[in-house]
Design a protein around this ligand. Structure first.
Ligand SMILES: [Zn+2]
Length: 401
């Protein structure tokens, strides 16, 4: 049996000091409407209030703030249980201007927890948006989708109760594996404790080029190995069905839709990278002008390790499915510990598949720290970058013709 002690020695170390920009600025949803979120407001207590320690706490805070803000709330129960046995729900809060929900002309949708273990970060950003009580323009709506994958969020797993990676599940073709997958899959899906040790050892000495090659072969999504990471499933997950059906029932006469999908774990620690998907050149040009000084914007078609090859992503699928509403998407990836992504995934997958209960706690701790570091500077930066993106996106979307 694998020694839990060996895992306990495996600690996440920040590659460099995490930086947070210093400029306080007022945020607004279109023109005359403003709400202030100055830096000095985000003190230690403030950060602690936004980042709950688990799914249950995050959900409670989100629901409370949504009620305080007068939002319409809808909850969808999904399969699986939290470690404490609690039921799990996807919760959607909606705020609108003066027009009824179905007649809003522009809708900004902010999604958290597509990957469960990244969910507390998206939840904190959504809570911050609710707490700011944004006053929306007359024909605008803000829709906050909390914990699309509540099972993963409650259990510190990227995937849902069926081990389906929701970010590889929005497709109509559920078969195949990426080129080179078979030869490399054992590294992230070790069959024994010994193999896991060998994987961790190999990741420690891997060059950046090797790491990128590995991500390219493993991360785009696969549909043949239900126990491996990045498994896209055999059909549309219930999580995705709840989201698309809710949207289809709500958007009515909406002319423009923008989805923001918040993730962590990719990219330089404490910085965020944005990827635009869909067809809305005018909106993207506005967003670029507004966001470029503060956020890194990457072209998903450019040659980054694997992003342009991802199959079945939520952001790409939503932009396509709701194309008649000028739908576009922005993925926000916030970096944590870039050197340790592969090790974290291998440990998480091994512990889940081997069902070694003696390691479950250690694995959960590692995932928790990797995807949502318990570091005040990092968390302050996340709240700033997350709210800044949402508010600027709202300005660009609601302000356009
Ligand atoms: Zn993610």
């Amino acid at each position: 049996m694998f020694e839990a002690a060996r895992l306990r020695e495996f600690k996440h170390v920040p590659a460099a000091e995490w930086q947070v920009e210093d400029s306080a600025h007022a945020i607004s949803f279109a023109h005359d409407i403003a709400c202030d979120l100055p830096n000095e407001r985000i003190g230690a207590d403030w950060i602690a209030a936004r980042f709950a320690s688990d799914y249950k706490g995050s959900r409670q805070r989100f629901v409370q703030l949504a009620q305080d803000a007068g939002a319409a709330l809808t909850s969808y129960p999904v399969g699986g249980r939290s470690p404490g046995g609690e039921a799990l729900t996807i919760d959607i809060a909606e705020l609108s201007g003066q027009l009824p929900l179905s007649r809003a002309h522009a809708v900004l949708v902010v999604i958290s927890g597509v990957h469960g273990s990244e969910g507390r970060v998206g939840s904190a950003i959504q809570q911050e948006l609710l707490a700011a009580r944004p006053q929306l323009p007359r024909a605008a709506r803000l829709m906050l989708v909390h914990a699309l994958n509540p099972f993963g969020m409650a259990n510190e797993r990227r995937s849902n109760a069926q081990n389906v990676d929701l970010n590889r599940n929005f497709t109509s073709s559920y078969s195949g594996v990426p080129e080179g997958y078979e030869e490399l899959r054992g590294l992230l899906s070790p069959a024994s404790a010994k193999e896991l040790e060998a994987s961790l050892e190999r990741f420690e000495h891997m060059s950046t080029e090797e790491r990128h090659a590995l991500q390219k072969a493993l991360a785009p999504g696969q549909y043949e190995y239900p126990g491996d990471p990045f498994y896209g499933g055999r059909e549309r997950s219930e999580n995705l069905n709840h989201l698309t059906r809710h949207l289809a029932a709500r958007i009515g006469e909406t002319a423009r839709l923008l989805f923001i999908d918040i993730h962590t774990g990719l990219g330089k620690g404490g910085e965020d990278t944005l990827f635009f998907l869909g067809e809305n050149a005018e909106l993207f040009a506005k967003l670029r002008a507004s966001l470029a000084p503060r956020h890194t914007i990457r072209d998903p078609h450019a040659t980054i390790p694997f992003f342009n090859r991802v199959h079945g992503s939520i952001a790409g699928g939503l932009a396509k499915e709701f194309g008649a509403h000028e739908a576009a998407s922005c993925v926000q990836e916030i970096g944590t510990y870039p050197e340790q992504l592969l090790s974290t995934l291998a440990v998480e997958n091994y512990c889940a598949q081997a069902k070694e209960s003696s390691l479950a706690d250690v694995s959960r701790e590692l995932s928790r720290e990797f995807f949502c570091p318990a570091n005040e500077t990092w968390r302050r930066g996340v709240l700033q970058r997350g709210t800044d993106l949402a508010v600027r996106a709202g300005d660009a979307l609601f302000g356009s013709k």
